[in-house]
Design a protein around this ligand. Sequence first.
Ligand code: BES
Ligand code: MN
Ligand code: ZN
Length: 500
Amino acid sequence: MDFSIKAFNTKNAIAQHKAGCVAIGIYENGKLTPAAKALDEKGSLTAAIKTGDITGKAGSTLLLHRASGLAQRVLLVGLGAEGAVTDRNYSSAAQSIARALSSLGSSDVLLALPLDIVKERDAQWCLRTLVLALRESVYRADGLKSKKDESKSGVKKVVLAVDTALQASAKQTLMQSVALANGMDLSKTLGNLPPNICTPTYLATTAKHLAKEFKLGVEVLDRKQLEALKMDSFLSVTNGSDQPPKFIILKHMGGKAKDAPVVLVGKGITFDTGGISLKPGSGMDEMKYDMCGAASVLGTFRAIAEMSLKLNVIGVIPTCENMPSGRATRPGDIVVSMSGQSIEILNTDAEGRLILCDALTYVERFKPECVVDIATLTGACVTALGHHNSGLFTRHDDAHDALANELLAAGKASNDTAWRMPIEEAYQEQLKSNFADIANIGGPPGGSITAACFLERFTRKYTWAHLAIAGTYWKSGAAKGSTGRPVPLLTSFLIQRAKG
Ligand code: BES
Ligand code: MN
Ligand code: ZN
């Protein structure tokens, strides 16, 4: 899908634009937006509204042929009540346009919707919402089907209409939105790939390709190097697997050489059986998504590299499989992490924290500005927050409150929200072990919180946040597939940071 920006004004009118289709907005009271009015010279749009065929309710659509101007078709889209268009209204209109265009016999469209009508959202937000909705509608996960899913969208060329005054900033926003969509696509594709293809080695190869294409720094550590680093907690998770573990380091150094980097750490369990603490069979296939923290980091790097973001960012991905076998780690085993803290592994299914803790110790060497880890550590997080918000955990001091607020704001700005959860000393007590410094589980109460408390003990040398994405990264059931979250949140956070 090819996107471009076109500026319109009184001399260069929308009615003079030749297109297979022009999409315009109408409000619930039947009132036309300015662009729609401009196209209604012969009154044919007003006439169509009078028939009652379109209400203007957010997301409703009506397709008219040769209704006005040089457009072969006009797609009327409902925006909701005038003066009270919410972000949900606008998103739903964007999705309806994407759906309508998917069955259109035309290959090009002009989107001439107002960009200044959503409360507390700017034109940049509206543009990004349109681009992401269209890109989402053409995403396919049919690479392994012998008969491809019908290619629904006929629309290949999308022109976004803006006022002349907005032209320059809209071009920048469009470039960033397309880069974000590309990053989300990469993340989704990695998540949806089966675990026999998307192995730790596959993730490492993907990182290397990405590095080559965008001139990023890349390093992949193998088992021997991990042993030398004393990452015995990480390595304990790989014991039962025949797939070699990998430790991926990606560097996008777009900022000043002396600026401390933002570090992203992603959990990369390419399949989580639970190990000896084996998971029940039903729905276990979805544990192929247990690498989605890693996929989010790779997708975010794809996005920020394409936009040449002026910021130093380092991505770190510990990746392996969690399998049962005669060599697998047992419940009761005690290992010593890279930090020196000993861990009693009471449940081999709480493996995410075991690979992350060593990665979180490793990143100390970068003297980071801050560290954000992204992971699917617990089903309890889904119970707590459902599928709408990712969980956000940090310590509760001024520096961490500031980081948490930045991440929450980035989530709001990018329609990819998170909700803050507590980390408190009282919960830490649940991780007491009689035989080691710490146990790897804290019992059923507050399961997502004790998981974050575990990580917290390995992050005391820098400012740190944990993003829990088990509820937001993928959908189950008939709509099974990855969502690409939290790539929008992370990208938006980094763009904001780059502005300083
Ligand atoms: N990858 C899972 C978490 C998960 C489960 C995410 C279901 C999404 C859906 C993680 O490794 C895990 O198994 N966590 C355990 C922790 C428990 C043993 C303390 C869980 O949630 O049951
Ligand atoms: Mn597990
Ligand atoms: Zn897991």
